[in-house]
Design a protein around this ligand. Structure first.
Ligand code: PMP
Length: 368
């Protein structure tokens, strides 16, 4: 008999279902990756710093001031992290007592809010959004605020693509004053900049915003994100962050990307992707295996398919990788498609057309 040394792990970790990241599930299979909401195109960078024997600054000054300028806030309102994912976790680490405090999250949404809370043995209150409109259940949230320190809201929401109205967010900020933090995950906000809540940071001390360089800035590979809040919250988070979270090459590349010319490039790429999304929607509308297309304000599209399982597998076999959402709350038969280049979108449409033609009149779909 062998001892099972893993029994030494905390029970909540033994029981934990870890995050199923796109790259963990899909590996490097296929040649058209539309499963992780990454940018389909990349830029080349030359490292300005080439000596690495010294530790970096914990919070690299130029990186912080560049991001603060980009957003229009003060540097002491910005914390740089290893992706937005680290921001999600630091907030729980700093604000929630294990087994006593709770977070609220509103599925279907990004799973890391729940998983990070579970890692820290913090209570998770799940308050689903209304099916198909994906609006927040505000009254249910209001009556469940006991012991809640953090409420995570993803805007635009992943994977549904909808926007939560400013009116609803302000309502939440008002009812939780001095009680809970409203954490708005704006990972995809560059695709719908008018919906950002950054201008409300001045007014609300309980507002926290998460940002990332992984999406519109096309830098998922370097792992760099930001947490924005009033300076006293940033000070608290700086107490719990690891000593050197941002490596020298990361701050070098991220700072270069925040120069005005790169920001303009990023914005023109966002325009292209938003146009590709419109193009893709128009094509999908004419394909018979498509049951429903949800409105999206981000670089992905949630689509309900007849025969979704066969479609997912057929595309996988052809090297086109989507994200299966079927097991998520209220997302039966849904696949999420990251918006790729026009060529990648065309390849997807061609395969779906062929599939539809070959399967017409099966399982309830007819010619459109
Ligand atoms: N928030 C949302 C809504 C996301 O979709 C993701 C990544 N898929 C993240 C945060 C994490 O982003 P990062 O790469 O900055 O850790």
């Amino acid at each position: 008999m062998t001892d099972d040394i893993t029994k030494l792990a905390r029970m909540n970790i033994q029981e934990l279902q870890p995050y199923q990241s796109a790259r963990r599930i899909g590996g490097e299979h296929g040649d058209i990756w539309l499963n992780a909401n990454e940018s389909p195109v990349s830029f080349q960078f030359k490292l300005k710093k080439k000596i690495f024997n010294r530790y970096p600054e914990c919070q690299p000054r130029y990186l912080i001031s560049s991001y603060a300028d980009y957003v229009g806030i003060f540097p002491n309102q910005v914390l740089a992290t290893r992706g937005a994912d680290e921001g999600i976790e630091l907030l729980i680490k700093a604000f929630c007592k294990p087994k006593k405090d709770a977070i609220i999250y509103c599925p279907p949404t990004y799973d890391m809010y729940k998983i990070s809370a579970k890692i820290f043995d913090v209570i998770v209150k799940e308050i689903p959004t209304f099916q198909n409109t994906w609006k927040l259940d505000l009254l249910n949230i209001q009556s469940n605020l006991n012991q809640v320190k953090l409420i995570y809201i993803c805007n635009p929401n992943n994977p549904t693509g909808n926007i939560i109205s400013k009116q609803d967010l302000i309502f939440l900020l008002e009812i939780t004053k001095n009680k809970s933090l409203i954490v708005i995950d704006e990972a995809y906000i560059e695709f719908s900049p008018k919906d950002s809540m950054v201008s409300y940071l001045k007014k609300y001390s309980n507002l926290v915003i998460l940002r990332t360089m992984s999406k519109a800035f096309a830098l998922a590979g370097i792992r760099c994100g930001f947490t924005l809040a009033q300076k006293n919250i940033i000070k608290i988070l700086n107490k719990v962050i690891s000593p050197y979270p941002i490596s020298v090459p990361v701050s070098d590349i991220a700072t270069q990307s925040l120069n005005i010319n790169f920001i303009k490039l990023m914005e023109s790429r966002v325009l292209d992707l938003n146009n590709n999304r419109i193009w893709l929607i128009n094509k999908l509308k004419n394909i018979s295996c498509v049951e429903k297309i949800f409105v999206s304000h981000a670089n992905y599209l949630l689509v309900k398919f007849f025969m979704f399982e066969e479609i997912f597998k057929m595309l996988w076999d052809k090297g086109i990788i989507l994200r299966n959402q079927n097991k998520k709350k209220n997302l039966e038969k849904c696949l999420r498609i990251t918006i790729g280049t026009r060529l990648e979108c065309s390849r997807l449409i061609e395969e779906l057309k062929i599939f539809s033609k070959n399967n017409i009149s099966k399982r309830g779909f007819n010619e459109k």
